[in-house]
Design a binder for this molecule. Structure first.
Ligand code: MG
Length: 303
């Protein structure tokens, strides 16, 4: 029964989790929180992860009821993500793998999100929509995306915003700039409230995603849609996709929000698949890569 420790730290969350044959034994996490209105810079985020990670590894082993010798491999996020946080986590992963004499598994972060979704969604061959948020700078208390979601619930009026879909591609470039440009006038004249603007932002961005996902469902004839990534927690996005799926006779897989947000267990799960396929990462090849595309990964563990 292969048991894998997974370490994640590509952005402001750092985590350690243990997975054994599809069972999540532990999932410990810490978040680097900055003052409202400030994003997280790579340097301080990396320092935060360095301070937290060993404690999280200890907690993940304790929660799982395991000792290091019960582990079969150490998985870690190779990329994509921010340099300093990635490097901090990779250094810990390499050290633990050498001290404990375990194979190292360098995981693509996006593949981690997808594999965790596949484990929990339990659909045989789903279409996957992976929605990940960048960092907006409006106010991050408790978190920017969630603040917009809460305000948007009280929005009534839809303000027209740039809607860019070409075939299967979406572009959000210019969406926030446009919103920022029109906001003072709309608020001053009373034409729209902050709630209306949040509502419009969500409706526009999520409509774009729903449109291309519907096209993909039509093309692939998939019966199940799997929604993964941090933005999968958004209830409005879930609702829009569920409605679209129903109209097409497809089904939105259940979403477990604990595992949508970046976490160590998802890296352990993708690592477990890699280990099973014999796709081990040599120490010399274990360097981090900030721009690690999903399609650069050779997925040898699926047909
Ligand atoms: Mg992520």
């Amino acid at each position: 029964m292969p048991t894998v420790l997974g370490l994640e730290g590509s952005a402001n969350k750092v985590g350690a989790g243990v997975v054994r044959d599809g069972v999540i034994l532990s999932n410990c996490r810490a978040t680097y929180v900055t003052p409202p209105g400030h994003g997280f810079a790579p340097g301080p985020t990396g320092r935060h992860h360095r301070r937290k990670l060993l404690g999280l590894v200890g907690a993940a082993l304790r929660d799982a009821g395991l000792r290091p010798r019960d582990l079969d491999a150490v998985a870690f996020t190779r990329g994509p993500g921010m340099g300093s946080p990635l490097a901090a986590v990779a250094a810990v992963a390499r050290t633990l793998a050498q001290v404990w004499e375990l194979p190292l598994l360098g995981v693509n972060h996006c593949v981690g999100h997808i594999e965790m979704g596949r484990l929990l969604g339990r659909a045989p061959d789903p279409l996957v929509l992976y929605v990940s948020g960048g960092n907006t700078q409006i106010s991050n208390e408790p978190s920017p995306g969630y603040n917009i979601e809460v305000l948007a619930r009280r929005g009534r009026r839809l303000v027209e915003l740039p809607y860019v879909v070409k075939g299967m591609d979406v572009s959000f470039s210019g969406l926030l700039s446009h919103l920022q440009a029109v906001t003072p006038k709309l608020l001053e004249s009373g034409e729209a409230t902050a709630e209306d603007l949040c509502f419009s932002l969500q409706e526009t961005a999520f409509s774009m995603l729903t449109e291309v996902t519907e096209r993909a469902l039509a093309l692939t004839r998939a019966r199940h849609l799997l929604l993964v990534g941090g933005v999968a927690c958004n209830r409005r996005l879930q609702e829009m996709l569920r409605t679209m799926c129903r109209a097409r006779g497809a089904e939105l897989c259940p979403i477990d929000e604990r595992y949508c947000v970046d976490n160590g267990a998802m890296i352990a799960q993708a690592g477990w698949e890699m280990l099973r396929a014999g796709q081990v990462t040599e120490l010399a090849q274990s360097g981090i890569t900030q721009r690690y595309r999903t399609d650069e990964v050779e997925v040898t563990w699926r047909d």
